[in-house]
Design a protein around this ligand. Structure first.
Ligand SMILES: [Cu+2]
Length: 325
């Protein structure tokens, strides 16, 4: 057997906590069980596929009809028929049992879970922690159950963390939840797995699993950006974290929204035919009531950041805009 095929086969049998050719690492407490039942079904399928095709080929040869002979009458074999009914029935009950208990485990968050709120919006994720801190990557402590309470501002998205083997739709107008307990420190991918429009495939993020103690440090750091950096730096961080750059470019290239290159003091034509100069109040209104003054040539698709960006944040963004010559 060549080495690639051999290593694929051994990986498929012995999936450990490391990533394999087929799967990302098993980085949560439920991942190993999910992979176990997956491989159980997989190997049963391989076994029966080989068995049935081999038997079919063998019967074709062995029972080939003789020239001009009448077809042989088929009889019963009770022992054989009972076997091929009872064995698959037991296997199905077994798979159902493990499927159901696994489903219950992955859908029942422990009562002491750490709660993070998740918002999906075309085309970015944002994560809000109990103290009000917001980030565009999900930060969690290791070895502690985390419950995500999720909602969407527009269409249906789905938050998928392959390394944790967890996935759940994120739906407008209601909350859905998913939970996991990461058991490995590191960075893992987050995908949107519900087709949600043009940039669906770019709706990516990461989950950063912190070692014991580091998470609290990260949270304290992330929370006080205005104390820790200048307004320009804070503004730059905010527009990255809040997903503004999904729709606004910094290099003059067109996107869903107008580019921010040279935005400050620019003369802007609005959809209602009027025009104005970009100043503090215009930026503030654009962020809090985007539909009030729509720029000519663009759709009224910007979500409001009312209640999400505080005055101090908007001031920082304005200072940052002034640097985008
Ligand atoms: Cu999406």
């Amino acid at each position: 057997m060549n080495t690639l095929a051999f290593s694929l086969l051994t990986q498929a049998v012995t999936a450990g906590s490391e990533a394999t050719y087929w799967f990302p690492p098993q980085a949560s407490t439920t991942a190993a069980d999910i992979d176990w039942i997956y491989y159980f079904i997989y190997w049963i399928s391989v076994f029966f596929t080989v068995l049935i095709i081999a038997a079919g080929l063998w019967f074709m040869i062995k029972f080939r009809s003789k020239k001009n002979a009448p077809p042989a009458a088929a009889g019963h074999n009770t022992a054989l028929e009972v076997t091929w009914t009872v064995v698959p029935a037991i296997l199905c009950v077994f798979i159902f049992y493990f499927g159901l208990t696994g489903y219950m485990d992955t859908h029942t968050p422990p009562a002491d879970s750490y709660v993070v709120n998740v918002t999906g919006v075309k085309w970015a994720w944002s994560f809000t922690y109990p103290d009000g801190t917001v980030s565009d990557t999900l930060h969690v402590p290791v070895n502690r159950p985390v419950r995500l309470v999720m909602s969407s501002e527009d269409v249906i998205h789905s938050l998928f963390i392959p390394a944790f083997r967890t996935k759940q739709d994120v739906v407008p107008g209601r909350y859905t939840e998913e939970w996991f307990e990461a058991n490995q420190v590191g960075e893992f991918d987050i995908f949107c797995t519900e087709y949600c429009g043009t940039k669906h495939s770019e709706m990516l993020s990461k989950v950063v699993v912190h070692a014991e103690g580091d998470f609290t440090k990260w949270l304290a750091q992330a929370g006080n950006i205005h104390e820790r950096m200048s307004p320009v730096e804070a503004g730059e961080l905010l527009v990255k974290q809040r997903g503004c750059l999904q729709c606004h470019s910094l290099d003059g290239s067109p996107a869903t929204g107008p580019t921010w290159k040279g935005i400050w003091g620019r003369n802007e034509k609005l959809a209602d035919g009027s025009s104005l100069t970009v100043d503090e109040n215009y930026v503030r209104t654009s962020i809090l009531q985007p539909q009030a003054q729509v720029v000519a040539g663009y759709g009224p698709v910007m979500p409001t950041f009312q209640g999400k960006l505080k005055d101090r944040d908007i001031t920082a963004i304005i200072e940052y805009f002034k640097t985008l010559k």
